[in-house]
Design a protein around this ligand. Structure first.
Ligand code: TRP
Length: 361
């Protein structure tokens, strides 16, 4: 069976380090592994509208930002199709049919949706489209017969919902759809990178993000004001690693080589952590290391972005080409779905034959 990747992001803002370690970095590795037959990366504008329906300008503006972030992170338009969700209208059609296969109470049980409803104060009036987005996400995945969906762990309930829909569809109408597997980050720190304030998750609305497109000055400023151990007041005090954001980020980004290059007092992160816990290591030194480590990762991304920014028409054409390719793929699946559901009236010659036989003998 073909190995196919589908994943994507909501275009509600520029992409940040949480997106990067949670999924983006992995996508580039997967793209370069040569193990996959097709890769589709979706800018999920229709999903973004499920909780931003009254702010369409924001979604439109961020399409180009996300596209630039993808390309600058190293996604190669020769190897992946980057496309815009709403342009692939087949996805909406699939969603309509999948809605019959899912109960309201099943949607209400989705833990990620539950949390999001609370965050958005939707409790008293949940837009139907919002509650429904896990079904629409199942369409995104199954339209491409994706086998592999690289995502952060908050997306696991969506993949589970998609798998249930596939099983229900296939058992009701015949084997058409493919059950996808989630591919989580291989490092648990990367599954959920905290914000710079130490809060659970990097999120634009909390203002605790480091963006892929931040300047070196912005990155440095944000790291210097990062949450560490509030009880580590004097350098000589023993410090705690628990909830210490600077160390969490080092866990996500730092390699042994970085110590040789930027902080030769230690061989590796473990030695530095030990010293911090014993006391005698100040936050500033750890933060300086983190700034260097992040710059190693971000400098090439920034440089690629600068190149792509010079040719926005080129980026537009990449989106157009990727969207055309995605449409073709989704149309093929939709036609198989409609045939299985017996709603392919004008594509099935046996239909007319049967009707004629019934009435014209
Ligand atoms: N829900 C994802 C997010 O919040 C975006 C998304 C939409 C997606 N459709 C998808 C991810 C399909 C993986 C597969 O970022």
């Amino acid at each position: 069976m073909a190995k196919i990747i589908l994943t994507g992001d909501r275009p509600t803002g520029r992409l940040h380090l949480g997106h990067y370690v949670g999924s983006l970095r992995r996508r580039v590795e997967l793209q370069n592994s040569g193990e996959f037959d097709k890769i589709f990366i979706m800018i999920a504008d229709a999903q973004a509208l499920t909780d931003n329906f009254d702010n369409p300008g924001k979604i439109r503006d961020n399409i180009i930002e996300v596209a630039l972030d993808y390309l600058s992170a190293g996604l190669d338009p020769e190897k992946v199709n980057i496309f815009i969700q709403s342009e692939v209208t087949e996805l909406t059609e699939l969603t309509f049919y999948y809605m019959n296969l899912v109960t309201l109470s099943r949607l209400e049980r989705n833990p990620t949706v539950k949390t999001e409803i609370q965050l958005r104060n939707f409790e008293t009036s949940i837009p139907v489209g919002f509650l429904n987005y896990p079904i629409s996400q199942a369409s995104d995945i199954t339209a491409f017969k994706a086998t592999t969906v690289p995502v952060g762990e908050d997306q696991l309930p969506m993949i589970e919902q998609a798998r249930e829909i596939v099983r229900k569809f296939n058992s009701t109408y015949g084997e058409v759809l493919v059950e996808p597997d989630a591919l989580l980050p291989n490092n648990s720190v990367c599954s959920r990178l905290p914000g710079t304030d130490g809060k659970a998750k990097m999120s634009k609305s909390l203002g605790n993000c480091i963006y892929l497109s931040d300047t070196p000055e912005e990155v440095s400023k944000k790291v210097m004001s990062m949450f560490t151990d509030p009880n580590h007041l004097k350098v000589s005090d023993p410090g705690s690693l628990e909830g210490n954001t600077v160390f969490t980020y080092l866990d996500a980004f730092c390699k042994d080589e970085h110590f040789e290059k930027y902080c030769p007092d230690y061989k590796n992160l473990q030695e530095m952590k030990d010293h911090y816990q014993r006391g005698g290591l100040g936050d500033v030194k750890v933060k300086r290391l983190l700034i260097n480590v992040l710059e190693d990762e971000l400098a090439p991304i920034r440089a690629r972005r600068a190149e792509y920014e010079k040719n926005i028409k080129g980026v537009y054409d990449i989106l157009k080409k990727g969207t055309d390719a995605a449409k073709k793929e989704a149309a093929q699946t939709l036609s198989e779905v409609k045939a299985a559901m017996k709603i392919n009236y004008f594509e099935d010659p046996s239909l007319l034959e049967g009707w004629q036989e019934k009435y014209n003998g």
